[in-house]
Design a protein around this ligand. Structure first.
Ligand code: F3S
Length: 445
């Protein structure tokens, strides 16, 4: 049995699949051979998953993918059963056929002792990475693969990505095609190099169910997170068309990997839409690739109009513990921080001495670039950390003694209390850094 957690729009959110269900999925002779075990049990297992999903969602065929991104990498989420499952798959000879990357795990690969991670967590976590590496996955350990130098995905590519914030960025900002895969289904797609053609792989499912008009200014990353909260709560798993958002977005840089204001705002917006709803695709009129190409033809005739008058509801909900004055950790970089976000933090803390622990979480390669530019050193000298491979949700925060956090990231404000039981303050980057410097949450942002 396979649990499908994030069905595309119009489909049940939770569907229990069994092999007995038969659809009219057409397979090529090579695909049929994989399904029958001609290429070994590991590939057969992967093809069974892809085909079962295809049959459930009435796919007519499979579509080749150019890239995969696999979530569910932290031992905190996998547990012993997950580790055993991955090891078995690797031992069965499963190997990925397309470039495939990993989401963050529960610690830094080579600095876990320094982080305070106990060996009982570190050992199984490292064996997870070993199993993935055996299958040919690149241990990029980031939720922002699109921020790596030479983004692996481009307009029109079909991919199988699992991290929800990356899925929505790929669909919306890069103009690629991916469903919200689960960890096992993304891995299965990577192993057979294909995924079933349904959901967001089909043009007809990329049209908007909601037109959103925003009647208030959007000045910060936190504002975009609050907007994501409000719209995500209402839109569920629908496709969203933002009618007037482009006025708050400078042009995207030629190289997405450089980050920048627009990129940082859009990744934050998407992460919150995906976390508080299950949105996997949004369009920004006149701005995102499909909106530029198709304009209002992307709006369904029966689309509902949502008006956002202000962001208060988002701030109220995400700033869950407004009486909290001191936090154990200020966490910036969810999704993983871009180069421009690291630069901003470095400039804000340069020459200061922090009173509260500060993590800026990012991809290892982004940290290397930021280190070359001196920004990592600025943060370290102030007493903060630039943490790679992990984040404040998938790391075992309880084991690190973290009971309360502050952030400017909508998704982190959603997940950290649920996953780690922490108390949460949510606000602007300025408020968060002020809290890190003074040890107290500022009264005004
Ligand atoms: Fe990434 Fe962790 Fe946020 S995986 S999207 S930084 S919860």
């Amino acid at each position: 049995m396979i649990q499908c957690a994030h069905a595309p729009p119009g489909m049940k959110d939770q569907i229990t699949l069994t092999r007995e269900r038969v659809g009219e999925l057409r397979l090529s002779p090579e695909e049929q051979a994989m399904l029958e075990g001609a290429h070994g049990p590991g590939i057969q297992r992967a093809m069974e998953i892809v085909v079962t999903l295809g049959r459930i969602y009435d796919a007519r065929d499979l579509v080749p993918i150019t890239h995969a991104q696999i979530a569910g990498v932290s031992y905190k989420n996998l547990g012993e059963a997950g580790v055993a499952f991955l090891n078995r798959w690797a031992e069965e000879g499963a190997r990925v056929r397309v470039p495939s990357m990993l989401n963050p795990m529960g610690m830094e690969a080579d600095r876990w002792q320094e982080m305070g991670i106990p060996p009982e967590f570190a050992r199984p976590q490292l064996s997870v990475i070993e199993a993935f590496s055996k299958m040919g996955l690149q241990p990029t350990l980031t939720c922002t693969p699109y921020l790596l130098p030479q983004s692996p995905v481009h307009r029109g590519d079909h991919v199988a990505w699992a991290e929800s914030s990356a899925v929505i960025f790929a669909n919306s900002v890069l103009g690629a095609y991916t469903n919200r895969e689960g960890g096992p289904s993304a891995l299965a797609a990577a192993i057979v190099g294909r995924t079933a053609r349904y959901g967001y792989h089909l043009e007809e499912n990329r049209r908007a169910h909601y037109i959103v008009e925003v009647r208030c200014p959007l000045r910060s990353i936190a504002d975009f997170g609050a907007l994501g909260y409000i719209v995500g709560k209402q839109a569920g798993n629908g496709v969203v068309y933002f009618a007037d958002l482009a006025q708050w977005l400078p042009p995207l840089p030629a190289e997405i990997a450089d980050g920048g204001v627009a990129c940082d705002r859009l990744k934050t917006l998407g992460a919150a839409l995906a976390a508080y709803g299950a949105v996997a695709l949004y369009h920004v009129a006149g701005y995102t690739p499909e909106a530029r190409e198709f304009g209002e033809r992307l709006i369904r005739p029966d689309a509902q109009r949502l008006i956002v008058q202000n962001l208060d509801e988002g701030y109220r909900a995400m700033d869950a513990h407004p009486d909290l004055q001191r936090v154990d950790l200020v966490a910036i970089g969810c999704p993983h921080a871009s180069l421009s976000e690291i630069q901003r933090v470095a400039e804000m803390v340069r020459g200061r001495r922090l009173k509260t622990r500060l993590w800026v979480t990012t991809a290892r390669l982004t940290r290397e670039r930021a280190a070359e530019l001196g920004w990592v050193q600025d943060i370290l000298e102030a007493g903060g950390e630039v943490v790679a491979d992990t984040c404040a949700v998938v790391a075992p925060m309880g084991l690190l003694g973290i009971r309360s956090m502050a952030t400017n990231a909508g998704k982190l404000a959603c997940y950290a209390p649920a996953h780690s039981g922490v108390q949460m303050r949510f606000g602007t980057l300025e408020q968060c850094i002020e809290a890190a410097i003074t040890g107290r949450w500022p009264t005004e942002g």
